[in-house]
Write a protein that binds this ligand. Structure first.
Ligand code: ADQ
Length: 459
């Protein structure tokens, strides 16, 4: 029987709580079968370049992992994936840093992973590779003679060609995508940016008969918007433990809890969000003391300067808001720097009148969908969603905002905390139908059907 082999930079233990969208989505996708999850085990070890693969079973999945050496971590992971590709793909050329040693490290880790995977797969296994750390992996596998069907899913945005072509060696990098059978994007906009990039590069490199044809292999590019496991979120938000938590959260004078939950990352727009909340308190003084912004943001990639800076900036902003507006009995911003178990998150979402999801750029954003799923259908909260999150292409009944515009976001906050029940119920009903319509299982089913070459299935 053919197995599913998922490959991602980081392999996470599916039995532990996760704070990254990819870890959550992939963990859920693999639970259903005799799958293998290959990737980095999160450890840095001397001599890792020569290490073998460790296999272990966890939560119904075989985890196949390898450590990285310090040099690989500094170049492949920090240097190229997160100092060059992550900012570029999030439209932040100003933060991108390119250097040859980082690119070399990126290539060599992809080569090393390819050798390990080639030794692990059977001929009829499907290989599904995830995200920007591993773009050239299929090309390396092909060089080793792996002829399996291989798919790639990009969890983050694909920006317009005018931006991605600033990456040195972009022609090499994106050409390796042609080694896949299927390349998946989150939104139509990402897929269309990619098609435009391919057409423009092909134009400058000479005529081609088909933009996605490379030798004998035909790659197809499609949109597969990622979703969540809706029922498990609904269930988590409905337990007795959840209602106890909500009761504790909502006692006292504060009626309006506004919640934000994300990894601490500059793409998530947290400083702009804090400034918008400040504007809300300035413009609507009657809402002071009744409203609290709870921001949960565990730090990630702390070794990178851009991440350390944003942490300091947020601490200053929240301190300034609390200093200027707070009182003995009211702290306007509660800022928590750690991962929270998923059932606690579900309860916090349900107990919050407003879900504030305002990234400056985001591939999809699963938090927006989780917030909707966690609501009480008879008394739901309101989702405020950035137009620059992939999720906004679908979740039309959210209050869609421009996260750079503090006045607009402050106004949406006011509208959300004062919205009548009928309108909240109506918007939530439609949003929940959309979240259910594109859940985690339809995402993986559509992608895998396309990867198997099943002609009847269309994304
Ligand atoms: P992320 O950038 O990590 O994912 P997101 O889609 O919001 O962003 O997923 C985050 C996940 O981690 C959610 O399931 C959330 O509940 C969880 N999480 C966040 N903070 C947490 C905390 N403090 N404690 C516990 N859990 C926490 C990337 C892309 C996204 C894309 C996903 C999936 O950047 O655009 O939606 O992959 O493709």
């Amino acid at each position: 029987m053919s197995r599913l082999v998922v490959v991602s930079n980081r392999v996470a233990d599916p039995s532990q709580p996760q704070s990254g969208g990819l870890a959550v989505a992939v963990g859920d996708a693999l639970q259903n079968g005799n799958g293998i999850w290959f990737g980095w085990n999160g450890e840095i070890q001397e001599g890792a370049e020569k290490s073998g693969v460790t296999l272990e079973r966890s939560g119904g999945v075989t985890l196949a992992t390898q450590p990285l050496s310090q040099r690989e971590y500094d170049t492949y992971y920090l240097g190229y994936a997160n100092r060059a590709l992550w900012p570029v793909f999030h439209y932040r050329l100003d933060l991108a840093e390119f250097d040859t040693a980082a690119l070399d490290g990126y290539r060599s880790v992809n080569q090393r992973f390819a050798k390990s995977i080639a030794a692990l797969v059977d001929d009829d296994d499907l290989i599904w590779i995830h995200d920007y750390h591993l773009i050239p992996l299929a090309a390396e596998l092909r060089k080793l003679g792996v002829e399996n069907r291989i798919g790639f899913f990009l969890h983050i945005p694909f920006p317009p060609p005018e931006i991605v072509s600033a990456v040195p060696d972009h022609v090499w990098l994106f050409d390796t995508l042609h080694a896949y059978d299927v390349v998946g994007f989150q939104t139509e906009q990402d897929a269309s940016n990619f098609k435009r990039y391919v057409e423009q590069t092909a134009d400058s490199a000479g005529p081609v008969t088909h933009p996605f044809r490379n030798g004998t292999r035909k790659m197809t590019a499609h949109t597969f918007p990622i979703g969540i496991d809706v029922d498990s979120f609904v269930e988590m938000a409905n337990t007795k433990k959840a209602s106890d938590r909500i009761r504790r959260l909502t006692r006292g004078d504060v009626r309006n809890h506004i919640i934000g939950v994300e990894r601490l990352d500059y793409s998530k727009g947290l400083p702009d969000r804090f400034r918008s909340f400040r504007r809300f308190l300035e413009k609507y003084p009657d809402q002071r003391k009744k409203t609290v912004l709870m921001q949960i943001a565990p730090p990630t990639r702390g070794e990178l300067a851009a991440y350390a800076e944003i942490r300091t900036e947020l601490e200053q902003l929240s301190g300034a808001i609390n200093g200027a507006f707070g009182d003995f009995d009211w702290t306007p911003v509660r800022y928590i720097h750690r991962s929270v178990p998923r059932d606690t998150l579900a309860a916090l979402f349900r107990g919050s009148k407003v879900g504030l999801v305002t990234p400056l750029r985001d591939g999809m954003n699963l938090v927006a969908k989780e917030y909707v799923a966690a609501q009480d259908a008879d008394d739901p909260g309101v989702l405020i969603l950035s137009r620059f999150a992939g999720a906004a292409a679908d979740l039309e009944e959210a209050l869609i905002v421009n996260p750079y515009d503090a006045d607009e976001v402050a106004k949406a906050m006011h509208l959300a905390v004062t919205m009548e029940a009928d309108e909240r119920i109506d918007r939530h009903k439609r949003l929940l139908a959309r979240v259910r319509g594109r859940d985690i299982s339809s995402w993986q089913t559509a992608f895998l059907a396309e990867l198997r070459g099943d002609a009847t299935a269309k994304p």
